[in-house]
Structures are given as structure tokens and as C-alpha cells.
Design a protein around this ligand. Structure first.
Ligand SMILES: Nc1nc2c(ncn2[C@@H]2O[C@H](COP(=O)(O)OP(=O)(O)OP(=O)(O)O)[C@@H](O)[C@H]2O)c(=O)[nH]1
Ligand SMILES: [Mg+2]
Length: 350
């Protein structure tokens, strides 16, 4: 199966836009040699050309939408599930199918118009055929309105998706809200997520990169904060973080705020750490005790003892992401212990 990683959405016209375009196409076409052919033949030829052009215009437009929107089943599962958090899968599939099938209805409207125009014996017959054709086209477009509106909104959401490449070595930064995740991503990568003193500043995934060994690109993903609650209670904002952990993380960085600054208790943060550890046990995890510029030695030690109770083998780091202190060491550790071994392995497998 071809797995598509880059999400692009086409321009999706509204049914009103399509109708205006149809009228434009129709009446912009005029007879080329008005004086030469007799009246009815000239009208007939012109009218046939008009219905043909309208049909072509609309079938191109329908095809661009039906085939241009991503097929969920051929996407990387990360993107597929991320999109399904934002867009109702059944409505999406139904809308694409309906727009795709509209070419059939269009063909039959076109064929009927051709028959009526060919068999017309008077100018009035031709005008009647035109009215009929345009009325049926208008009905067809009106009938597609809900689906086109839905797909237009879906395309706008797809356009806003972060540009994440699931094939890159990826570090996913996770933790409770307000602990300093976005600050860390800003310290170590090109990512520029917003940092603010209130929780849930980050509501979507943000991506940044850094390069090692000249040209090896590493992806760092900032995630919305997770609360201490079961997976079944998580909202759509939190579920984006869960998808990043599930599908993208080669290394998880878990940030813990040992002070009361974030507004979340140490116990809650340790519960979350336990859940992340248990849910994604196969993925290496590093623990960062953040805000050491304001934390007391006691607060840091209590946090570290709590981490050791969960798992003594978790590598821990003391950092201060407000001034990036200690962040470089974290990245060096990841590069030495995970990125370089991965590169060695892929070279050996060649
Ligand atoms: N004193 C101190 N404050 C910090 C440090 N790191 C981050 N902060 C502050 O903590 C607050 C939250 O920082 P963010 O980086 O936005 O935290 P976040 O985890 O991304 O927060 P959400 O996106 O809301 O989940 C901001 O006011 C930061 O300035 C630090 O090392 N020391
Ligand atoms: Mg943030």
C-alpha cells in the first residue's frame, strides 16, 4: 500500500461558486461566424458548444475535489487518526462519493440536452432546451451544497495540519500543562510554539527540527498538556498528544514541574508519568525536572525520588527551559544514545 505522508487539500468550490462559473462559461461563449450560418443551425451549434463546455468544466471541478482530497485509507495511521479527530470519517467518505458520482448525473443531463438541442426545429425549442439544462444543473449543484460545504471546511482543517514527517527520527515532548514543554521545544529546535503562563496554551501539535552530523534531520514535536485521567476521558486536544506518542515517538521527553508554578501537583504529574510509561513502555523515555531556577533543592529531590519509585532506570535531567539551561545536554544524550545507533543500524542493513 502506498503510504502518503504529506497532506494537501485542493481548492473546494461552493455550489454557488460553481453555479456562477457555469453561468460565466455558458454566456461567455458566442457564435464565431454569426453572419454565415442560417439562424437555427448557428444557434444549435453554439448551444451544443455551451453545454459541452459546462459539462467539461463541472466534471473537472468534481474530479479535482473527489480525487484531490486525501484518501484516508492511504494515509499514514498518524495522519489518518489525527484527521479523524477533526473530521467525521463517515460524512467525509459520503461527501467525496457523492461529489464523485455527480459526474454521472452530469452526463445524463448533458445527453438529454444534446438530444433536445439536436432535435430542435425552432429557436424557441433551443431556448427551452437551454432553460431545462441550466435548471437541472442548478438542481444538481444545490443538491451537492451540503457535501461541498462540508468538504470545504474539511480542506481548511487539513491545510492547518502541522507539517510532520512520520519517517523522521522524532522526539515527542510530553507532560502536564504549563510545565515548560513549548519552552523546551523552542530551546532545542526551529519550532516556535507559543509560551505563556497559563495552562493549555498549546492546543495542537507543533513541530520543530534540528540537524545533527551535518544533514540528519531530527523532528521535535510539542504536544498539548495531558491531564491525570484515563485515556477514555481524554478530550480531542489531549488525544492529539496521545497520537504523537503512539505513532511518532522514537524518544519521549517527559517534563515535570517540581514547583507549584504550573498549578499541577507532583502526585498528578507522577501519575501521568506512570501512565505514559505503561502505555508506551517500548519507547525510550527521558525525564526532565524543569524550572530548577526557581525550584528548591527539596522540591527537585522529592520529584526525582517519585520518578525512581516508578522506574529507577529512567534517565533524568535537571533543566531550566526559561533560559535553556541543561537542554543541550538532553539533546546530546538523545543523539549519542538513539540517533547515532539508529543511523549505524540503518547503514548496516543496507
Ligand atoms: N521559572 C521558570 N519558568 C518557566 C520555565 N520554563 C517555562 N516556564 C514558564 O512556565 C510557563 C509555561 O511554559 P510553556 O513552555 O508554555 O509550558 P507548556 O508545558 O508548553 O504549557 P501548555 O502549552 O499550556 O501545556 C511560562 O510562563 C514559562 O515562562 C523555567 O525553566 N523556569
Ligand atoms: Mg505549550
Amino acid at each position: 500500500m502506498l503510504v502518503v505522508n504529506v497532506i494537501r487539500a485542493p481548492h473546494v468550490p461552493t455550489s454557488e461558486e460553481l453555479w456562477n462559473a457555469v453561468v460565466g462559461v455558458y454566456f461567455s461563449l458566442q457564435a464565431r461566424n454569426p453572419g454565415i450560418e442560417p439562424g437555427i443551425d448557428r444557434l444549435r451549434r453554439l448551444e451544443l458548444k455551451r453545454v459541452r463546455e459546462v459539462r467539461k468544466y463541472l466534471s473537472d471541478a468534481f474530479r479535482d475535489v473527489a480525487l484531490g482530497m486525501p484518501f484516508l485509507d492511504s494515509l499514514h495511521p498518524f495522519y489518518r487518526e489525527l484527521i479523524e479527530l477533526m473530521i467525521d470519517r463517515a460524512t467525509y467518505k459520503h461527501s467525496l462519493a457523492k461529489v464523485g458520482h455527480a459526474t454521472k448525473a452530469l452526463s445524463s443531463i448533458y445527453k438529454d440536452a444534446v438530444i433536445a438541442i439536436r432535435s430542435a426545429t425552432t429557436g424557441n425549442d433551443i431556448i427551452r432546451a437551454r432553460r431545462n439544462f441550466l435548471a437541472r444543473i442548478k438542481d444538481l449543484l444545490t443538491d451537492l451544497k451540503p457535501e461541498l460545504d462540508f468538504l470545504k471546511a474539511a480542506a481548511a482543517k487539513l491545510d492547518k495540519l502541522p507539517n510532520i514527517d512520520p519517517s523522521l527520527f522524532t522526539i515527542v515532548v510530553s507532560g502536564m500543562p504549563n510545565v515548560g514543554k513549548s519552552s523546551f521545544v523552542r530551546c532545542v529546535s526551529s519550532g516556535r510554539p507559543k509560551v505563556a503562563e497559563y495552562p493549555f496554551t498549546t492546543k495542537e501539535l507543533h513541530v520543530g527540527h534540528f540537524t545533527v552530523l551535518n544533514d540528519v534531520k531530527v523532528q521535535v514535536i510539542d504536544t498539548p498538556g495531558l491531564l491525570d485521567r484515563p485515556l477514555s476521558d481524554r478530550n480531542k486536544i489531549e488525544l492529539q498528544a496521545v497520537l504523537a506518542l503512539k505513532y511518532l515517538a522514537r524518544v519521549i521527553i517527559f517534563i515535570l514541574d517540581p514547583t507549584s508554578h504550573s498549578g499541577y501537583s507532583l502526585t498528578g504529574q507522577l501519575n501521568l508519568l506512570r501512565e505514559v510509561r505503561n502505555s508506551f513502555g517500548g519507547i525510550p523515555l527521558l525525564l526532565l525536572v524543569n524550572k530548577v531556577d526557581i525550584a528548591t533543592e527539596d522540591e527537585v529531590n522529592t520529584a526525582l525520588s517519585g520518578v525512581a519509585v516508578i522506574d529507577k532506570s529512567i534517565p533524568t535531567f535537571r533543566v531550566s527551559t526559561i533560559n535553556c539551561n541543561g537542554c543541550r545536554e538532553v539533546i546530546n544524550y538523545i543523539v549519542d544514545n538513539y540517533v547515532i545507533p539508529m543511523l549505524r543500524e540503518s547503514l548496516n542493513n543496507r
